[in-house]
Design a protein around this ligand. Structure first.
Ligand code: XMP
Length: 518
Protein backbone atom coordinates (compact mmCIF):
# COMPACT_ATOMS: atom_id res chain seq x y z
CA UNK A 1 0.00 0.00 0.00
CA UNK A 2 1.18 3.53 -0.71
CA UNK A 3 3.06 5.36 2.03
CA UNK A 4 1.23 8.57 1.19
CA UNK A 5 -1.45 10.06 3.39
CA UNK A 6 -4.59 8.17 2.47
CA UNK A 7 -8.23 9.10 2.11
CA UNK A 8 -10.86 6.38 1.84
CA UNK A 9 -13.98 6.82 -0.28
CA UNK A 10 -16.67 4.30 0.63
CA UNK A 11 -18.78 3.84 -2.47
CA UNK A 12 -22.53 3.36 -2.26
CA UNK A 13 -22.94 3.20 -6.01
CA UNK A 14 -23.31 6.80 -7.12
CA UNK A 15 -22.71 7.41 -10.82
CA UNK A 16 -20.30 10.19 -9.89
CA UNK A 17 -18.14 8.57 -7.21
CA UNK A 18 -15.13 8.58 -9.53
CA UNK A 19 -15.42 12.35 -9.74
CA UNK A 20 -14.81 12.61 -6.00
CA UNK A 21 -11.53 10.82 -6.55
CA UNK A 22 -10.71 13.12 -9.45
CA UNK A 23 -11.29 16.26 -7.35
CA UNK A 24 -9.09 14.88 -4.58
CA UNK A 25 -6.29 13.77 -6.86
CA UNK A 26 -6.29 17.29 -8.33
CA UNK A 27 -5.52 18.46 -4.80
CA UNK A 28 -2.56 16.03 -4.61
CA UNK A 29 -4.41 13.78 -2.21
CA UNK A 30 -4.10 10.01 -2.50
CA UNK A 31 -7.48 8.33 -2.24
CA UNK A 32 -9.01 4.97 -3.04
CA UNK A 33 -12.60 4.06 -3.82
CA UNK A 34 -13.87 0.86 -2.22
CA UNK A 35 -17.40 -0.55 -2.40
CA UNK A 36 -19.24 -0.47 0.94
CA UNK A 37 -19.59 -4.25 0.99
CA UNK A 38 -15.81 -4.72 0.80
CA UNK A 39 -15.04 -2.42 3.70
CA UNK A 40 -15.14 -3.90 7.19
CA UNK A 41 -13.48 -2.87 10.43
CA UNK A 42 -10.34 -4.91 9.70
CA UNK A 43 -10.02 -3.17 6.33
CA UNK A 44 -10.42 0.24 7.98
CA UNK A 45 -7.66 -0.58 10.43
CA UNK A 46 -5.29 -1.77 7.72
CA UNK A 47 -6.04 1.14 5.38
CA UNK A 48 -5.67 3.68 8.21
CA UNK A 49 -7.33 6.57 6.38
CA UNK A 50 -6.70 10.14 7.47
CA UNK A 51 -10.27 10.97 6.40
CA UNK A 52 -13.29 9.15 4.99
CA UNK A 53 -15.89 10.18 2.43
CA UNK A 54 -19.22 8.36 2.22
CA UNK A 55 -20.40 8.66 -1.38
CA UNK A 56 -23.87 9.14 -2.76
CA UNK A 57 -25.84 6.20 -4.06
CA UNK A 58 -29.19 5.16 -5.49
CA UNK A 59 -30.46 3.20 -2.47
CA UNK A 60 -32.77 4.25 0.33
CA UNK A 61 -31.69 3.76 3.94
CA UNK A 62 -35.12 2.18 4.43
CA UNK A 63 -34.56 -0.57 1.89
CA UNK A 64 -34.00 -4.07 3.18
CA UNK A 65 -30.26 -4.67 3.32
CA UNK A 66 -29.60 -0.98 2.65
CA UNK A 67 -25.91 -0.39 2.05
CA UNK A 68 -24.15 0.74 5.21
CA UNK A 69 -20.54 1.38 6.21
CA UNK A 70 -18.98 -0.70 8.98
CA UNK A 71 -19.86 0.63 12.44
CA UNK A 72 -16.23 1.29 13.25
CA UNK A 73 -15.99 4.10 10.73
CA UNK A 74 -17.38 6.61 13.22
CA UNK A 75 -14.88 5.54 15.88
CA UNK A 76 -11.76 6.15 13.78
CA UNK A 77 -11.44 9.68 15.13
CA UNK A 78 -10.90 11.07 11.61
CA UNK A 79 -12.97 13.60 9.68
CA UNK A 80 -15.89 12.15 7.72
CA UNK A 81 -17.78 13.76 4.87
CA UNK A 82 -21.13 12.27 3.86
CA UNK A 83 -22.50 13.19 0.46
CA UNK A 84 -26.22 12.81 -0.39
CA UNK A 85 -26.92 9.15 0.44
CA UNK A 86 -23.77 9.35 2.57
CA UNK A 87 -25.41 12.15 4.57
CA UNK A 88 -28.55 10.08 5.05
CA UNK A 89 -26.46 7.12 6.21
CA UNK A 90 -24.73 9.33 8.78
CA UNK A 91 -27.99 10.71 10.14
CA UNK A 92 -29.62 7.28 10.16
CA UNK A 93 -26.72 5.65 12.04
CA UNK A 94 -25.88 8.54 14.37
CA UNK A 95 -29.36 9.14 15.72
CA UNK A 96 -31.08 11.51 13.29
CA UNK A 97 -34.01 10.80 10.97
CA UNK A 98 -34.42 10.30 7.26
CA UNK A 99 -37.78 10.48 5.51
CA UNK A 100 -38.89 8.97 2.29
CA UNK A 101 -39.17 11.48 -0.52
CA UNK A 102 -42.76 12.71 -0.57
CA UNK A 103 -42.80 15.72 -2.82
CA UNK A 104 -39.39 16.71 -1.51
CA UNK A 105 -37.27 14.92 -4.09
CA UNK A 106 -34.90 17.38 -5.67
CA UNK A 107 -32.95 16.98 -8.87
CA UNK A 108 -30.78 19.58 -10.51
CA UNK A 109 -29.60 23.07 -9.70
CA UNK A 110 -30.37 24.59 -6.30
CA UNK A 111 -29.02 27.48 -4.26
CA UNK A 112 -27.76 27.06 -0.73
CA UNK A 113 -27.74 29.98 1.68
CA UNK A 114 -25.73 30.00 4.90
CA UNK A 115 -27.30 29.47 8.30
CA UNK A 116 -23.90 29.88 9.89
CA UNK A 117 -20.86 30.32 7.67
CA UNK A 118 -18.22 30.06 10.40
CA UNK A 119 -17.62 26.40 9.71
CA UNK A 120 -14.02 25.87 8.46
CA UNK A 121 -15.46 23.54 5.80
CA UNK A 122 -17.14 26.60 4.31
CA UNK A 123 -14.10 28.91 4.15
CA UNK A 124 -14.30 30.88 0.94
CA UNK A 125 -17.86 29.79 0.28
CA UNK A 126 -20.93 31.99 0.16
CA UNK A 127 -18.98 34.94 -1.22
CA UNK A 128 -22.17 36.25 -2.75
CA UNK A 129 -24.50 35.16 -0.01
CA UNK A 130 -25.58 31.99 -1.73
CA UNK A 131 -23.92 29.22 -3.67
CA UNK A 132 -25.08 27.09 -6.59
CA UNK A 133 -25.09 23.34 -5.93
CA UNK A 134 -26.32 20.21 -7.66
CA UNK A 135 -28.95 18.13 -5.91
CA UNK A 136 -30.07 14.64 -6.77
CA UNK A 137 -32.01 12.95 -4.03
CA UNK A 138 -35.33 11.23 -3.32
CA UNK A 139 -35.25 10.69 0.47
CA UNK A 140 -34.14 13.53 2.71
CA UNK A 141 -32.96 14.15 6.23
CA UNK A 142 -35.82 15.27 8.47
CA UNK A 143 -34.00 15.43 11.78
CA UNK A 144 -30.28 15.84 12.30
CA UNK A 145 -28.33 13.61 14.65
CA UNK A 146 -27.30 14.79 18.14
CA UNK A 147 -24.19 16.95 18.04
CA UNK A 148 -24.94 18.20 14.49
CA UNK A 149 -26.00 21.72 13.55
CA UNK A 150 -27.23 23.24 10.31
CA UNK A 151 -24.87 25.46 8.35
CA UNK A 152 -26.67 25.84 5.03
CA UNK A 153 -30.15 25.39 3.62
CA UNK A 154 -31.80 25.35 0.22
CA UNK A 155 -35.51 25.85 -0.48
CA UNK A 156 -36.11 22.09 -0.56
CA UNK A 157 -33.30 20.94 1.71
CA UNK A 158 -33.41 22.45 5.19
CA UNK A 159 -30.35 20.34 6.00
CA UNK A 160 -28.28 21.04 2.90
CA UNK A 161 -25.08 21.46 4.96
CA UNK A 162 -24.80 19.96 8.43
CA UNK A 163 -21.85 19.31 10.68
CA UNK A 164 -20.70 18.20 14.07
CA UNK A 165 -17.51 20.28 14.25
CA UNK A 166 -16.31 18.68 17.50
CA UNK A 167 -16.14 15.25 15.88
CA UNK A 168 -15.27 16.74 12.47
CA UNK A 169 -18.27 15.01 10.86
CA UNK A 170 -19.70 16.85 7.86
CA UNK A 171 -22.72 15.92 5.80
CA UNK A 172 -24.10 17.61 2.72
CA UNK A 173 -27.20 16.88 0.73
CA UNK A 174 -25.77 18.01 -2.61
CA UNK A 175 -22.93 16.72 -4.80
CA UNK A 176 -19.82 18.92 -4.47
CA UNK A 177 -17.90 16.70 -6.92
CA UNK A 178 -19.92 17.60 -10.03
CA UNK A 179 -19.27 20.42 -12.41
CA UNK A 180 -22.65 22.01 -11.61
CA UNK A 181 -21.49 22.74 -8.07
CA UNK A 182 -18.99 25.37 -9.20
CA UNK A 183 -17.31 25.77 -5.81
CA UNK A 184 -17.37 22.07 -5.00
CA UNK A 185 -13.61 21.72 -5.32
CA UNK A 186 -13.18 24.38 -2.61
CA UNK A 187 -15.30 22.30 -0.25
CA UNK A 188 -13.04 19.29 -0.79
CA UNK A 189 -10.00 21.49 -0.38
CA UNK A 190 -11.29 22.71 2.99
CA UNK A 191 -12.19 19.18 4.04
CA UNK A 192 -8.75 17.73 3.34
CA UNK A 193 -7.04 20.74 4.93
CA UNK A 194 -8.91 20.29 8.18
CA UNK A 195 -8.10 16.57 8.04
CA UNK A 196 -4.41 17.55 8.01
CA UNK A 197 -3.50 16.41 4.48
CA UNK A 198 -0.39 18.13 3.16
CA UNK A 199 -0.95 17.25 -0.51
CA UNK A 200 1.89 14.75 -0.74
CA UNK A 201 0.56 12.92 -3.80
CA UNK A 202 2.71 14.52 -6.50
CA UNK A 203 3.99 12.82 -9.60
CA UNK A 204 7.58 13.31 -8.46
CA UNK A 205 6.83 11.54 -5.18
CA UNK A 206 4.82 8.89 -6.97
CA UNK A 207 7.68 8.16 -9.33
CA UNK A 208 10.10 7.54 -6.46
CA UNK A 209 7.56 5.42 -4.64
CA UNK A 210 6.65 3.35 -7.69
CA UNK A 211 10.30 2.69 -8.48
CA UNK A 212 10.94 1.41 -4.95
CA UNK A 213 7.87 -0.83 -5.15
CA UNK A 214 8.84 -2.26 -8.55
CA UNK A 215 12.33 -3.07 -7.23
CA UNK A 216 10.88 -4.75 -4.15
CA UNK A 217 8.43 -6.80 -6.23
CA UNK A 218 10.78 -7.88 -8.99
CA UNK A 219 14.06 -8.37 -7.14
CA UNK A 220 16.64 -9.61 -9.65
CA UNK A 221 14.09 -11.36 -11.89
CA UNK A 222 13.23 -10.56 -15.50
CA UNK A 223 10.25 -8.56 -16.75
CA UNK A 224 8.78 -8.50 -20.23
CA UNK A 225 6.47 -5.86 -21.61
CA UNK A 226 4.42 -5.66 -24.79
CA UNK A 227 4.97 -2.14 -26.02
CA UNK A 228 2.21 -0.89 -28.28
CA UNK A 229 3.33 2.69 -28.72
CA UNK A 230 0.30 3.90 -26.71
CA UNK A 231 0.74 6.18 -23.72
CA UNK A 232 -0.08 3.62 -21.00
CA UNK A 233 2.29 0.84 -22.02
CA UNK A 234 4.99 3.40 -22.84
CA UNK A 235 4.84 5.12 -19.46
CA UNK A 236 4.75 1.75 -17.67
CA UNK A 237 7.80 0.58 -19.63
CA UNK A 238 9.84 3.72 -18.98
CA UNK A 239 9.04 3.66 -15.28
CA UNK A 240 9.95 -0.01 -14.95
CA UNK A 241 13.11 0.57 -16.95
CA UNK A 242 14.08 3.34 -14.56
CA UNK A 243 13.56 0.91 -11.69
CA UNK A 244 15.28 -2.21 -12.98
CA UNK A 245 17.16 -1.24 -16.15
CA UNK A 246 18.05 -4.16 -18.39
CA UNK A 247 16.06 -6.68 -16.39
CA UNK A 248 13.21 -5.31 -18.53
CA UNK A 249 12.81 -6.33 -22.16
CA UNK A 250 10.12 -4.76 -24.28
CA UNK A 251 8.66 -6.36 -27.35
CA UNK A 252 7.12 -4.17 -30.01
CA UNK A 253 5.09 -6.44 -32.27
CA UNK A 254 4.89 -4.76 -35.66
CA UNK A 255 1.87 -6.32 -37.32
CA UNK A 256 2.18 -4.26 -40.48
CA UNK A 257 -0.97 -2.39 -39.54
CA UNK A 258 0.63 0.73 -38.09
CA UNK A 259 0.35 4.22 -39.53
CA UNK A 260 2.90 5.94 -41.76
CA UNK A 261 6.32 5.98 -40.09
CA UNK A 262 4.82 4.97 -36.74
CA UNK A 263 6.83 1.83 -36.03
CA UNK A 264 10.11 3.63 -36.74
CA UNK A 265 9.08 6.54 -34.52
CA UNK A 266 8.14 4.34 -31.57
CA UNK A 267 11.13 2.05 -31.83
CA UNK A 268 13.51 4.98 -32.45
CA UNK A 269 12.25 6.88 -29.45
CA UNK A 270 12.59 3.98 -27.03
CA UNK A 271 15.96 2.83 -28.30
CA UNK A 272 17.65 6.20 -28.76
CA UNK A 273 16.06 8.31 -26.11
CA UNK A 274 15.56 5.76 -23.36
CA UNK A 275 18.18 3.19 -24.26
CA UNK A 276 15.66 0.50 -23.47
CA UNK A 277 16.19 -3.12 -24.39
CA UNK A 278 13.66 -3.50 -27.15
CA UNK A 279 12.86 -6.25 -29.61
CA UNK A 280 11.34 -4.85 -32.77
CA UNK A 281 9.46 -7.90 -33.95
CA UNK A 282 8.68 -7.17 -37.59
CA UNK A 283 6.00 -9.76 -38.19
CA UNK A 284 4.10 -7.86 -40.83
CA UNK A 285 4.35 -10.62 -43.43
CA UNK A 286 2.95 -13.16 -41.01
CA UNK A 287 -0.03 -10.97 -40.09
CA UNK A 288 -0.77 -9.70 -43.60
CA UNK A 289 -0.52 -13.16 -45.15
CA UNK A 290 -2.91 -14.62 -42.59
CA UNK A 291 -5.34 -11.75 -43.11
CA UNK A 292 -5.39 -12.10 -46.87
CA UNK A 293 -8.92 -12.41 -48.22
CA UNK A 294 -10.49 -12.20 -44.75
CA UNK A 295 -13.34 -9.72 -44.73
CA UNK A 296 -15.32 -10.51 -41.60
CA UNK A 297 -14.50 -7.99 -38.84
CA UNK A 298 -14.59 -10.46 -35.94
CA UNK A 299 -12.48 -13.00 -37.80
CA UNK A 300 -9.92 -10.30 -38.51
CA UNK A 301 -9.77 -9.31 -34.84
CA UNK A 302 -9.43 -12.95 -33.75
CA UNK A 303 -6.62 -13.61 -36.21
CA UNK A 304 -4.74 -10.50 -35.07
CA UNK A 305 -5.28 -11.21 -31.36
CA UNK A 306 -4.23 -14.87 -31.71
CA UNK A 307 -1.14 -14.07 -33.75
CA UNK A 308 -0.15 -11.36 -31.31
CA UNK A 309 -0.02 -13.83 -28.44
CA UNK A 310 1.81 -16.39 -30.57
CA UNK A 311 4.46 -13.88 -31.65
CA UNK A 312 4.89 -12.35 -28.20
CA UNK A 313 5.27 -15.80 -26.71
CA UNK A 314 7.88 -16.71 -29.32
CA UNK A 315 10.00 -13.64 -28.55
CA UNK A 316 9.60 -14.10 -24.79
CA UNK A 317 10.91 -17.65 -25.13
CA UNK A 318 13.78 -16.46 -27.34
CA UNK A 319 15.12 -14.26 -24.55
CA UNK A 320 14.87 -17.18 -22.12
CA UNK A 321 11.47 -16.29 -20.68
CA UNK A 322 10.57 -13.86 -17.93
CA UNK A 323 9.01 -14.08 -14.49
CA UNK A 324 6.89 -10.97 -14.76
CA UNK A 325 4.67 -9.42 -17.39
CA UNK A 326 4.32 -5.62 -17.28
CA UNK A 327 1.02 -4.01 -18.14
CA UNK A 328 -0.30 -0.47 -18.27
CA UNK A 329 -3.49 -1.18 -16.30
CA UNK A 330 -5.10 2.04 -15.02
CA UNK A 331 -7.13 2.79 -11.90
CA UNK A 332 -10.52 3.02 -13.64
CA UNK A 333 -9.93 -0.59 -14.78
CA UNK A 334 -9.49 -1.89 -11.27
CA UNK A 335 -12.20 0.03 -9.41
CA UNK A 336 -14.84 -2.51 -8.54
CA UNK A 337 -18.39 -1.47 -9.20
CA UNK A 338 -21.01 -1.68 -6.49
CA UNK A 339 -23.69 -4.28 -6.95
CA UNK A 340 -26.93 -4.18 -4.98
CA UNK A 341 -28.25 -7.48 -6.19
CA UNK A 342 -26.44 -10.47 -4.79
CA UNK A 343 -22.89 -10.27 -3.51
CA UNK A 344 -20.21 -7.79 -4.23
CA UNK A 345 -19.58 -7.39 -7.89
CA UNK A 346 -16.13 -8.25 -9.10
CA UNK A 347 -16.47 -6.94 -12.60
CA UNK A 348 -12.94 -5.79 -13.16
CA UNK A 349 -12.52 -4.77 -16.74
CA UNK A 350 -9.85 -6.71 -18.52
CA UNK A 351 -9.39 -4.83 -21.77
CA UNK A 352 -5.90 -3.79 -20.73
CA UNK A 353 -4.82 -7.39 -20.52
CA UNK A 354 -3.03 -7.71 -23.81
CA UNK A 355 -5.16 -10.28 -25.62
CA UNK A 356 -5.36 -12.62 -22.62
CA UNK A 357 -1.58 -12.80 -22.28
CA UNK A 358 -1.37 -13.12 -18.48
CA UNK A 359 -3.62 -16.19 -18.29
CA UNK A 360 -1.73 -17.92 -21.04
CA UNK A 361 1.78 -17.06 -19.94
CA UNK A 362 1.26 -17.77 -16.26
CA UNK A 363 3.45 -14.86 -15.25
CA UNK A 364 3.02 -12.52 -12.34
CA UNK A 365 1.93 -9.02 -13.27
CA UNK A 366 3.77 -5.76 -12.73
CA UNK A 367 1.20 -2.97 -13.05
CA UNK A 368 2.79 0.27 -11.87
CA UNK A 369 -0.08 2.47 -13.11
CA UNK A 370 -2.87 0.68 -11.27
CA UNK A 371 -3.42 3.64 -8.97
CA UNK A 372 -3.51 6.31 -11.66
CA UNK A 373 -6.16 7.96 -13.77
CA UNK A 374 -5.37 8.62 -17.42
CA UNK A 375 -4.43 12.26 -16.92
CA UNK A 376 -2.15 11.25 -14.06
CA UNK A 377 -0.43 8.78 -16.38
CA UNK A 378 0.14 11.66 -18.78
CA UNK A 379 1.56 13.76 -15.93
CA UNK A 380 3.86 10.89 -14.99
CA UNK A 381 4.89 10.57 -18.63
CA UNK A 382 5.90 14.25 -18.60
CA UNK A 383 7.78 13.69 -15.35
CA UNK A 384 9.65 10.84 -17.08
CA UNK A 385 10.54 13.09 -20.00
CA UNK A 386 8.21 11.71 -22.67
CA UNK A 387 7.73 14.34 -25.37
CA UNK A 388 4.44 16.26 -25.20
CA UNK A 389 3.52 15.25 -28.75
CA UNK A 390 3.74 11.61 -27.69
CA UNK A 391 1.73 12.10 -24.51
CA UNK A 392 -1.10 13.80 -26.37
CA UNK A 393 -1.36 11.17 -29.08
CA UNK A 394 -4.87 10.06 -29.97
CA UNK A 395 -5.75 6.48 -29.00
CA UNK A 396 -4.92 3.87 -31.63
CA UNK A 397 -6.59 0.45 -31.59
CA UNK A 398 -4.67 -2.79 -31.12
CA UNK A 399 -5.80 -4.27 -34.48
CA UNK A 400 -4.50 -1.09 -36.13
CA UNK A 401 -5.40 -0.18 -39.68
CA UNK A 402 -7.08 -3.56 -40.26
CA UNK A 403 -10.28 -2.21 -38.71
CA UNK A 404 -10.04 0.98 -40.79
CA UNK A 405 -10.05 -1.04 -43.96
CA UNK A 406 -13.54 -2.60 -44.04
CA UNK A 407 -13.64 -5.82 -46.05
CA UNK A 408 -10.49 -7.68 -47.00
CA UNK A 409 -7.19 -6.03 -46.09
CA UNK A 410 -4.50 -5.83 -48.76
CA UNK A 411 -1.04 -4.32 -48.84
CA UNK A 412 -2.09 -1.95 -51.63
CA UNK A 413 -5.07 -0.64 -49.72
CA UNK A 414 -2.99 -0.26 -46.55
CA UNK A 415 -0.42 1.84 -48.43
CA UNK A 416 -3.10 4.13 -49.78
CA UNK A 417 -4.75 4.37 -46.38
CA UNK A 418 -1.47 5.27 -44.65
CA UNK A 419 -0.83 8.13 -47.01
CA UNK A 420 -4.35 9.51 -46.82
CA UNK A 421 -4.27 9.27 -43.02
CA UNK A 422 -0.98 11.16 -42.89
CA UNK A 423 -2.39 14.00 -45.01
CA UNK A 424 -5.54 14.18 -42.87
CA UNK A 425 -3.60 14.33 -39.59
CA UNK A 426 -1.25 16.91 -41.07
CA UNK A 427 -4.27 19.06 -41.91
CA UNK A 428 -5.66 18.67 -38.40
CA UNK A 429 -2.35 19.63 -36.82
CA UNK A 430 -1.81 22.57 -39.17
CA UNK A 431 -5.23 23.94 -38.27
CA UNK A 432 -4.46 23.55 -34.55
CA UNK A 433 -7.31 21.10 -34.01
CA UNK A 434 -5.46 17.98 -32.86
CA UNK A 435 -5.92 18.51 -29.13
CA UNK A 436 -9.64 19.33 -29.47
CA UNK A 437 -10.27 15.93 -31.03
CA UNK A 438 -10.38 12.58 -29.22
CA UNK A 439 -9.48 10.56 -32.27
CA UNK A 440 -9.21 11.21 -36.00
CA UNK A 441 -8.43 8.84 -38.85
CA UNK A 442 -9.16 7.87 -42.40
CA UNK A 443 -10.88 4.64 -43.38
CA UNK A 444 -10.53 3.27 -46.89
CA UNK A 445 -13.87 2.04 -48.18
CA UNK A 446 -14.26 -1.24 -50.07
CA UNK A 447 -15.65 0.53 -53.09
CA UNK A 448 -14.25 2.23 -56.15
CA UNK A 449 -15.90 5.22 -57.72
CA UNK A 450 -15.53 7.12 -60.96
CA UNK A 451 -13.90 10.52 -61.09
CA UNK A 452 -12.27 12.84 -63.52
CA UNK A 453 -8.80 14.29 -63.12
CA UNK A 454 -7.39 16.46 -65.83
CA UNK A 455 -8.84 15.03 -68.99
CA UNK A 456 -8.94 11.46 -67.87
CA UNK A 457 -11.44 9.32 -66.11
CA UNK A 458 -10.34 7.75 -62.81
CA UNK A 459 -11.68 4.67 -61.06
CA UNK A 460 -10.25 4.70 -57.56
CA UNK A 461 -11.10 4.09 -53.92
CA UNK A 462 -13.38 6.24 -51.83
CA UNK A 463 -12.33 7.02 -48.28
CA UNK A 464 -14.08 8.44 -45.28
CA UNK A 465 -12.71 10.81 -42.67
CA UNK A 466 -13.60 10.32 -39.04
CA UNK A 467 -13.02 12.73 -36.16
CA UNK A 468 -14.82 12.50 -32.85
CA UNK A 469 -14.97 14.19 -29.50
CA UNK A 470 -15.33 11.97 -26.47
CA UNK A 471 -14.48 11.77 -22.79
CA UNK A 472 -13.81 8.07 -22.46
CA UNK A 473 -14.47 6.52 -25.87
CA UNK A 474 -17.75 5.04 -24.62
CA UNK A 475 -19.85 7.70 -26.31
CA UNK A 476 -18.72 10.08 -28.99
CA UNK A 477 -19.90 12.80 -31.30
CA UNK A 478 -18.52 13.79 -34.68
CA UNK A 479 -16.26 16.83 -34.73
CA UNK A 480 -17.86 19.89 -36.38
CA UNK A 481 -15.15 20.81 -38.89
CA UNK A 482 -15.78 23.86 -41.02
CA UNK A 483 -16.73 23.27 -44.65
CA UNK A 484 -13.53 25.06 -45.67
CA UNK A 485 -11.45 22.60 -43.68
CA UNK A 486 -13.26 19.60 -45.15
CA UNK A 487 -13.01 20.93 -48.70
CA UNK A 488 -9.31 21.73 -48.38
CA UNK A 489 -8.59 18.31 -46.85
CA UNK A 490 -10.49 16.45 -49.56
CA UNK A 491 -8.61 18.34 -52.24
CA UNK A 492 -5.26 17.61 -50.63
CA UNK A 493 -6.00 13.89 -50.21
CA UNK A 494 -7.15 13.48 -53.80
CA UNK A 495 -4.20 15.47 -55.16
CA UNK A 496 -1.54 13.91 -52.97
CA UNK A 497 -2.65 10.30 -52.63
CA UNK A 498 -2.70 8.13 -55.67
CA UNK A 499 -5.57 5.66 -55.49
CA UNK A 500 -8.25 7.84 -53.88
CA UNK A 501 -10.64 9.97 -55.89
CA UNK A 502 -13.50 10.60 -53.45
CA UNK A 503 -13.64 11.72 -49.81
CA UNK A 504 -16.60 11.56 -47.40
CA UNK A 505 -16.95 12.89 -43.85
CA UNK A 506 -18.50 10.46 -41.36
CA UNK A 507 -21.05 12.31 -39.18
CA UNK A 508 -22.25 9.31 -37.16
CA UNK A 509 -22.27 9.64 -33.38
CA UNK A 510 -21.64 6.76 -30.97
CA UNK A 511 -24.10 5.27 -30.27
CA UNK A 512 -25.49 4.21 -32.67
CA UNK A 513 -22.18 3.99 -34.55
CA UNK A 514 -18.84 2.95 -33.12
CA UNK A 515 -15.75 5.11 -33.39
CA UNK A 516 -13.89 2.61 -35.56
CA UNK A 517 -15.39 1.22 -38.78
CA UNK A 518 -15.25 -2.37 -37.55
P1 XMP B 1 -15.23 1.71 -30.83
O1 XMP B 1 -14.90 1.51 -32.25
O2 XMP B 1 -15.63 0.44 -30.13
O3 XMP B 1 -13.88 2.19 -30.13
O4 XMP B 1 -16.24 2.81 -30.62
C1 XMP B 1 -13.78 2.78 -28.86
C2 XMP B 1 -12.32 3.09 -28.60
O5 XMP B 1 -11.59 1.88 -28.45
C3 XMP B 1 -10.59 1.78 -29.45
N1 XMP B 1 -10.57 0.37 -29.89
C4 XMP B 1 -9.64 -0.51 -29.51
N2 XMP B 1 -8.54 -0.37 -28.76
N3 XMP B 1 -8.02 -2.66 -29.09
C5 XMP B 1 -7.72 -1.45 -28.58
O6 XMP B 1 -6.68 -1.33 -27.92
C6 XMP B 1 -9.11 -2.88 -29.85
O7 XMP B 1 -9.36 -3.99 -30.31
C7 XMP B 1 -9.96 -1.74 -30.07
N4 XMP B 1 -11.11 -1.56 -30.78
C8 XMP B 1 -11.46 -0.27 -30.64
C9 XMP B 1 -11.01 2.72 -30.54
O8 XMP B 1 -9.90 3.16 -31.31
C10 XMP B 1 -11.65 3.84 -29.74
O9 XMP B 1 -10.67 4.70 -29.17
Amino acid sequence: MTQHQRLLIIDFGSQVTQLIARRLRELNIYCEIHPFNRVDDAFLKAFAPRAVILSGGPASVFAEGAPMPPGGVFDLGVPILGICYGQQVMMHLLGGKVERGKGTAEFGRAYVTPSDARLPLLDGWFAEGREQVWMSHGDHVSEIAPGFAVYGTSPNAPYAITADPARRFYAVQFHPEVHHTPKGAKLYENFVRLAGFTGDWTMGAYREDAIARIRAQVGDKKVICALSGGVDSSVAAILIHEAIGDQLTCVFVDHGLMRLGESEQVVGMFRDHYNLSLIHADESDLFLNRLEGVGDPETKRKIIGGLFIEVFDKHAKAIGGADFLAQGTLYPDVIESVSFSGGPSATIKSHHNVGGLPARMKMQLVEPLRELFKDEVRALGRELGLPESFIRRHPFPGPGLAIRCPGAVSRDKLDILRQADAVYLDQIRKHGLYDDIWQAFVAILPVRTVGVMGDSRTYDYACSLRAVTSVDGMTADYYPFSHEFLGETATRIINEVQGINRVMYDVTSKPPGTIEME
